[in-house]
Design a protein around this ligand. Structure first.
Ligand code: GLU
Length: 495
């Protein structure tokens, strides 16, 4: 089973396109087939190599690796359309020779006038066929003299139904009368989308074309081209569009739309892939968390819905939270690292000690945040603690200072509160000294140590702070003040 994903590098990889890539990838993996990646960059004004590179990077990040493509090569390369122009030129020439295509000398201005006229009259704009009658020898002579010309497909005369069985949508049928003579090659020599895609899909042996429903109106033209070129058309599966919560096609005004944006906001690739799989496909049961290997085993296009899929940002956030829990802590820590670096909490991302320390901080965040980015926020108190803020909170508590003094004394006597047991011992000492317990005892302590009213459990955060203080900056982390230092700084200035 040979399938392909054929993005145009004219922007960032949209989640709708990423879902198309994923479904192709799943079909290929399920059938031990071949997943081909082809870059459709013949629109030289709107495409760029940098955008193509970025798309490949996003696909790799998602884990959707390809078997043939621009970087890995393969037996049907090159895999960038801009490097295949000869093939299109040759195919166009053979159509010209057989009278299945003709040169068109109409200027863009003339075509635009005709289009506007058609729209005014309420008829679908369709090329008039004006240049079809020009004698081919004369047309060739005009082209030889340098007159700009496009090459148009000569839609075979007579009415017929162009039909295909779409794997998702079922029987689709369009009258050939609505298909005007469309452009194959633009006057600059570059192929139009419909032409390049057919030449390539045929040359690359693609058996099943899985793409967005926005292309379904192109399919009848492509089928005519397969026939003209003497190839059997592949099977087609057109995926429902991805809509925003308001049921309009997902766009910027709904929020993030590209894979790069979700990545930058701290979504895990596994979570995004799982979420994208459920955009239009259902594994059958109620489960939402479907690991990749299970997805491969169960994926079928027959279970893809025909109606538009609604992108639910909250559901994705929920899923990301689940994956942060499920994946190994070392993985989550590694993926969260960029935010620790960006905030200056980690100064050497390559340091094994720094990595281990971030991993140690994870339990304070995982389970209570949705995105990797929020992990660093949640444990910011470890690195970014400020005495004045802590003091203000402590002073707002009735016995705040008394409690902090008692804890400072306890910590000084016991030493660093490196584990839960040591911490509990300090609590017992402070309880004895103050006669306070519960919230009255622990809340001022939290305020002093974290400069916040709420956060992770004290018996977890206290040892985490002490560990950071013990590591020191040579471990590749920002300086961490120990619990005793914090307590002392709060009371010192309060005096
Ligand atoms: N380059 C086209 C796009 O990005 C591909 C369409 C197709 O898969 O045929 O929309």
């Amino acid at each position: 089973m040979r399938v392909r994903f054929a993005p145009s590098p004219t922007g960032q990889l949209h989640v709708g396109n990423a879902r198309t890539a994923l479904f192709n990838w799943l079909v290929a993996r399920r059938h031990q087939g071949t997943f081909v990646l082809r870059i459709e960059d013949t629109d030289r004004e709107r495409s760029s190599d940098a955008l193509a590179e970025a798309m490949l990077a996003e696909l790799r990040w998602l884990g959707l690796t390809w078997d043939e493509g621009p970087d890995v090569g393969g037996p049907f390369g090159p895999y960038r359309q801009s490097e295949r122009v000869d093939l299109y030129t040759r195919a166009a020439r053979s159509l010209l020779e057989r009278g299945q295509a003709y040169y068109c000398f109409c200027s863009p201005a003339e075509l635009e006038r005709a289009r506007e006229e058609a729209l005014r009259q309420g008829t679908p704009p369709r090329y008039s066929g004006r240049c079809r009658g020009i004698d081919p020898a004369e047309a060739a002579a005009r082209v030889a003299r340098g007159e700009p010309a496009a090459i148009r497909f000569a839609v075979p005369p007579g009415a017929r139904d162009i039909s295909f069985r779409d794997v998702v949508r079922g029987e689709v049928s369009v009258s050939s009368l609505v298909v005007g003579d469309f452009v194959l090659v633009r006057s600059g020599g570059l192929p139009a989308y419909n032409f390049a895609v057919v030449v390539d899909d045929a040359a690359m042996g693609i058996e099943l074309v899985i793409r967005g429903e926005d292309h379904i109106s192109n399919t009848p033209r492509q089928i005519l081209l397969y026939e003209a070129l003497g190839h059997r058309p592949p099977a087609f599966a057109h995926l429902p569009l991805v809509h925003g919560p308001d049921h309009a096609p997902l766009s910027k005004r709904h929020g993030a739309t590209s894979v790069a944006e979700f990545r930058a906001r701290g979504y895990l690739p596994e979570a995004l892939v799982n979420y994208l799989a459920l955009l239009g496909w259902s594994p059958g049961g109620d489960e939402e968390i479907v690991p990749l290997d299970e997805m491969i085993a169960r994926f079928t296009l027959e279970h893809v819905s025909r109606s538009p899929a609604v992108f639910d940002f909250d559901k994705l956030a929920w899923m990301n939270r689940q994956y942060m829990r499920m994946l190994p802590a070392s993985r989550v820590a590694a993926d969260a690292m960029p935010w620790f670096v960006a905030r200056g909490f980690v100064t050497d991302a390559a340091s094994t000690e720094a990595r281990a320390y971030v991993e140690l901080l994870l339990p304070m965040a995982v389970g209570s945040v949705d995105r990797l980015e929020e992990i660093a926020d949640r444990v910011a108190f470890v690195f970014a603690w400020q005495a004045p803020e802590a003091r203000a909170l402590v002073e707002a508590e009735e016995d705040g200072r008394k409690v902090v003094e008692a804890f400072a004394e306890a910590a000084a006597a016991i030493g660093p509160l490196v584990d839960r047991e040591t911490f509990r011992r300090a609590v017992a000492v402070a309880r004895e000294a103050t006669g306070l317990k519960g919230r009255a005892l622990l809340h001022p302590l939290r305020a002093a140590l974290t400069a916040a009213e709420s956060g992770p459990e004290l018996d977890v955060l206290v040892p985490a702070i002490e560990r950071g203080a013990a590591l020191g900056t040579s471990a590749g982390i920002a300086p961490v003040r120990s619990c005793l230092e914090r307590l002392r700084m709060v009371i010192e200035v309060a005096r």
